[in-house]
Write a protein that binds this ligand. Structure first.
Ligand SMILES: *Cc1c(COP(=O)(O)O)cnc(C)c1O
Length: 430
């Protein structure tokens, strides 16, 4: 099982993270509840930062906040010296509220609404990663009106297939994201004519939950070669190369994920070699990990409601959350690991299917999973739910979204309140 770095079984036989007993956390804040281990988040930030800074000082790690975005978390990210990648003005707004240095915020999206672009430029966002010609034109219009300068990068479609789920592949030729590499020179020459647009460099993001380093190296080949062409044909020196995110995490405890340090080592030696070959100097290297910073740090606690045994067929364990707080199993067939927090020291002895409370038969969190003997009232902990769980949560069935707590050093505090029924009808007009 892959779990937060502070996870252990305490002397009551209960599962504990951040020095806090998960059974106590559940009774204090209720369930379903997301719990984040602060030491794990900070640890990953430091691992990334040192692995890159030590080898290549002109580098910047920015956290892809779509994985999990709230004010307390972004304060930690800022405190650890990372920048922030946002994919909407809402995420940018959260970063601003958290006091993030907006100079290190990069804004993404394949179809950013004009209003969000205007608002972002107005806030002096660090950079906009421009996805297509229409957007470049819009930015040209906005900035010539406001006379405000904005830094841009172009998102390149590098034509690379990362070996991951097709829903989270983003760098293949047939993708909605990015400008074909053949059209980049045209885009750059257009940008260089725009008075208030400061073209700084190139970006690509090839996908998510990637285990293999080779596609990243292929991506570096494409980006450095394009930088060379821009330099040779337009006489413009690219200042930044942003290779996106996508390093996977081990959800099942059996996957072979590269360690951050060895990932950094391979990326940087290849990057330096290719920059030298292309004679493009030493541009700033940016990367944007999301999942690999918060994924393992988070768990979700649920209360078991009913246990239903269909003899000879299956045993169902129903919990008080499900697809609205964790849509990844129903969306991608994502696999998780779990345990019963109040029985953490006991053997896993029966194969069960853990299902949620929502009105869909597909609302299954874990299928045919070996678990401690489950009974009504048990607290179930699902592991590795830090990324793309809260951020993808919905109010399906008009269920309130859970709270999130941050555990550290024996104390736990609320960082996101549980929604109330009143929140659910807040936008209803009648
Ligand atoms: C989603 C995304 C990331 C982060 O991906 P992870 O798999 O969470 O590391 C980085 N950059 C961009 C542009 C993204 O869309």
């Amino acid at each position: 099982m892959n779990q937060p770095i502070t996870a252990k079984i305490n002397n009551k036989g209960h599962f504990e993270i951040g020095g806090c007993d998960c059974v106590d956390i559940a009774s204090e804040f209720g369930t379903p509840l997301y719990v984040l281990c602060e030491v794990s988040v900070r640890g990953k930030c430091r691992e990334y930062r040192t692995a890159f800074k030590d080898r290549y000082p002109n580098s910047l790690v920015i956290y892809a906040s779509k994985a999990l975005c709230n004010i307390s978390l972004l304060k930690i990210i800022q405190d650890e010296g990372l920048g922030v990648d946002v994919s909407s003005f809402g995420e940018l707004y959260t970063a601003k509220k958290a006091g993030v240095d907006l100079a290190n915020v990069y804004m993404h999206g394949n179809n950013k609404p004009k209003k969000e672009l205007e608002d972002a430029i107005d806030l002096n966002v660090g950079a906009i990663v421009v996805d297509n010609f229409a957007e470049l034109e819009t930015i040209g219009e906005i900035t010539s009106k406001s006379k405000k300068q904005v830094k841009i990068l172009f998102r390149v479609n590098p034509g690379i297939e990362a070996h991951t789920h097709e829903f989270v592949q983003t760098g293949q030729t047939d993708s909605k994201f990015g400008i074909a590499k053949e059209d980049i020179l045209k885009a750059v020459s257009f940008a260089l004519k725009l008075e208030y647009v400061d073209f700084a460099g190139l970006h690509a993001h090839i996908g998510s939950q990637i285990f293999d380093i080779d596609p990243f190296l292929a991506e570096i080949d494409v980006l450095t070669l394009l930088a060379k062409e821009i330099n040779n044909q337009l006489g413009f020196k690219v200042r930044e190369i942003n290779i996106g995110g996508g390093l996977g995490i081990d959800y099942s405890g059996s996957d072979n994920v590269p360690a951050i340090d060895s990932f950094a080592g391979k990326i940087i030696s290849h990057f330096k070699e290719k920059c030298a070959e292309a004679s493009i100097g030493e541009p700033k290297l940016i990367l944007e990990p999301g999942r690999s910073i918060v994924g393992v740090a988070g768990i979700t606690l649920y209360t078991v409601g009913s246990v239903k045994d269909i003899p000879g067929i299956r045993k169902y364990v129903s919990v008080d959350g499900g697809m609205s707080d964790n849509p990844r199993p129903i969306l991608y067939g994502a696999k998780y690991e779990a345990l019963i927090a109040n029985k953490a020291s006991m053997q896993k002895e029966e194969k069960v299917t853990i299902v949620g409370r929502f009105c869909e038969s597909g609302d299954k969190l874990l299928i045919d999973y070996e678990l401690q003997k489950a009974e009504k009232g048990d607290i179930l902990a699902v592991l590795c739910t830090g990324a793309y769980n809260y951020s993808m949560a919905s109010n399906y069935n008009r269920v309130t979204r859970p709270a999130m707590a941050l555990a550290n050093n024996g104390s736990v505090k609320l960082i996101i309140k549980r929604e109330s029924y009143e929140d659910l009808v807040r936008c209803d007009v009648f």
